[in-house]
Design a protein around this ligand. Structure first.
Ligand code: ADP
Length: 300
């Protein structure tokens, strides 16, 4: 499976330019689209699933033009939108059964089997007779991924799936996606949470003000930060100075004060040692030093 996005731009009617000349090639596996709020992720996701047309540019799915072959491509797609909602008063299994029939599973016996299997997979089998709109937040999100996966899609697009989930549900959700990505399908995961783009993403892109500013496997982003992540030992009175000078990734209490992790081209005025970068360090380093944008909490 391959998605090819070429010179894609989207300008909304009010003049907002949400995407600017986006070029991407996405192959089978999990693809992470990372960017702060307002970067253009939802716009790109909605275009990818044919819910919106771009102002300019083309998208091909295995060589098929998305806008000339909408029907055919839609039958290959599963989509979990950011604001996933569903009809009132359907039991959990009924909702999945309904989605399965929409996706072309007409044989009722096969459909029941597919629904039961999917309920098991996402851990909702015990809750199958509960009203779908009475499920907890995490369970609703799992039902969301179940409905995106039920028609055996070749491409699954999930928009900000872990926002608002507690840590346990978040891990569960990530593992579920990683398991799905082992099949020969494409999963496009959009998020502003760096932790969602884990080692399970074999490729990623960073979207910033509608532009792709980085596109390569996550390890390559990490390598960019090597030599620029520092652990500084600080006492209380130094903490504010450090925060003023460098983007701080974490502050951990230590023996006589704090261990502070910062990213910096060079560490001046404070004693510290270099440490191995992770993706979170790398993201902050890239935005701060390569894009030259002042660090702010929005990026977290
Ligand atoms: P993200 O999903 O990364 O938060 P969006 O795709 O939602 O980003 O938004 C990208 C940009 O487009 C933002 O500046 C946003 O304000 C703008 N935008 C999104 N939807 C609309 C719309 N319907 N009309 C006008 N501008 C929009």
């Amino acid at each position: 499976m391959r998605i090819k996005v070429e010179d894609l731009s989207k300008q909304y009617k009010n003049g907002n330019l949400a995407l600017k000349d986006v070029n991407l090639e996405i192959d089978s596996g999990m693809f992470g689209l990372l960017g702060p709020n307002g970067a253009g992720k939802t716009t790109l996701m909605r275009i990818l699933v044919t819910l919106m047309k771009p102002t300019k540019g083309t998208i091909q799915y295995n060589g098929l033009d998305l806008f000339k072959n909408r029907r055919e491509i839609r039958s290959m797609l599963g989509y979990l939108p950011q604001d996933f909602r569903f009809f009132q008063k359907l039991k959990t299994w009924e909702f999945l059964d309904y989605v399965a029939s929409l996706s072309g599973l007409y044989d009722s016996k096969k459909r029941k089997q597919a629904v039961d299997e999917m309920l098991e997979k996402v851990g909702l089998y015990e809750a199958r007779d509960r009203n779908a709109n009475k499920l907890s937040g995490g369970m609703k999100r799992r039902l969301g991924i179940a409905q995106a996966l039920i028609g055996d899609p070749k491409i699954v697009v999930v928009d900000e799936p872990t926002t608002g989930l507690d840590p346990e549900e978040r891990i569960r959700f990530r593992n579920l996606l990683a398991e799905m990505a082992e099949r020969d399908i494409i999963i496009v995961l959009s998020t502003h949470i760096v932790g969602d783009i884990s080692s399970t993403c074999n490729n990623m892109a960073l979207l910033h003000n509608g532009e792709v500013v980085f596109n390569a496997p996550p390890n390559q982003l990490i390598e960019k930060a090597r030599g620029h992540v520092w652990e500084v030992k600080a006492i209380d009175s130094e903490l504010d100075q450090i925060k003023e000078k460098y983007p701080v990734i974490s502050t951990i209490p230590a023996d006589n004060g704090w261990e502070v992790q910062v990213v910096a081209d060079e560490l001046k005025d404070f004693p510290g040692k270099q440490i191995d970068p992770n993706l979170e360090h790398a993201y902050v380093y890239f935005v701060e030093y390569e894009l030259g944008q002042k660090w702010n909490d929005d990026l977290n």
